[in-house]
Design a protein around this ligand. Sequence first.
Ligand code: GTP
Ligand code: MG
Length: 422
Amino acid sequence: MSKVRIYTLAKELGVDNHKMLEILDGLGVAYKSVSSTIEEDTVELIKQIVAEEGASVTGGEVAETPAAAPDPAAVAPAAEQREKPAPVPVVEPAPSQMPIEGQPTEAEPVPTEAAPAAPAPAAPAKEIPHRAPVVTIMGHVDHGKTSLLDYIRHTRVAAKEAGGITQHVGAFEAKTSKGKIVFIDTPGHEAFTTIRARGANVADIAIIVIAADDSLMPQTREAIAHAQAAKVPMIVAINKVDLPQADPEKVKTDLTQLNLVPEEYGGDLIVVPVSAKTGEGVEDLLEYISLTAELEDLRADPKGNFGGVIIEGKVDKQAGVLATVMVQEGTLHVGDFLVVGENYGKIKAMTDSNGGRIKEAGPSTPVQILGFSEVPSSGEKVQSAKNEHAAREVIAQRVDVRRDEEDARERRKAQRSLEDIL
Ligand code: GTP
Ligand code: MG
């Protein structure tokens, strides 16, 4: 044994991946992701640190001073909460420019005179519970996106009768060996792009499905570009490896030409060979999803204010207007009033992605809702209102804002044409 993957070592030593990365940060060891490999001597050092830390936690009252203690920085990471590792290089803001929770993070010039010295206290992120990752599946036509999801669904989701109104839901929950994962199937990436165009990001992770017998195709490149633009961590699933003409190596080489270098070639792109037909590699894919999600440290408060996004809206001949909503924050209840754009509705009925009637839904749950009178569009943000009156008030305000903006636009236009004439 020479090199070891970080997550393998974490598992072996019984520490979580975050802890492992903290230790590596402390040691100043560079890594790209939790699946990066580390050298044998580092492994030994880490084992020592973990063993000593374990002893100091569980040991007796007498705190020993270990003679050959490793670098204290390694065991006492400076920051209580690690910055989540970003999939793309980011410029760390200077401490004085740290974004304050809930405010835009654009690097604006900080006014030096009036800047109050007291930094905002860090939000108590540790108290907010974890939520399941939302994974979007993209790729070229026929490369097997839906088949891959079907495989995961059929073998992992308790089989229920495919019933009525959930048949076309593009988002579903899967109970996997790695816990709950929410998947979004995006035909032609439409949902993904329109949702993003409206400024909402529903996906935490993107899976790019590439057929091993076809390699990179126009829509594959598009999908990759979308994921990169959204700054969503990407995992490549090379599908159809069961086919005799499958050539996963060609896919990897082609990816490298796009500057996406698979890990085994020394890059940081996670590439998993799978077959939606035989199920080969699917368990590995789920493992990588859960590892990536763990590093993203996804949290949402089920007790907080409700916030969600429309995944799709449509009219069902029998049921009426149906909207698929992704719950992002808080909890939805049957009977709640929801506001979308300048419309509102009261939830008459709610079903989960398996077609089961539910009364409430917490974060990272896609639900289909009956109760809107107008069809909402993908990507629109949804919020809740205490009652019908409150819902109407929110809408009245929005209408006012919109009219003011329209008026201002008209005035500017008139001004410009006047200037042109003069
Ligand atoms: P669109 O939604 O049209 O973009 O296609 P898709 O990417 O969802 O592909 P889909 O799952 O519909 O699969 C396309 C075809 O490939 C079907 O005939 C599948 O049976 C076949 N297929 C998918 N995955 C595999 C696989 O792993 N092995 C083999 N042999 N065939 C597969
Ligand atoms: Mg499909």
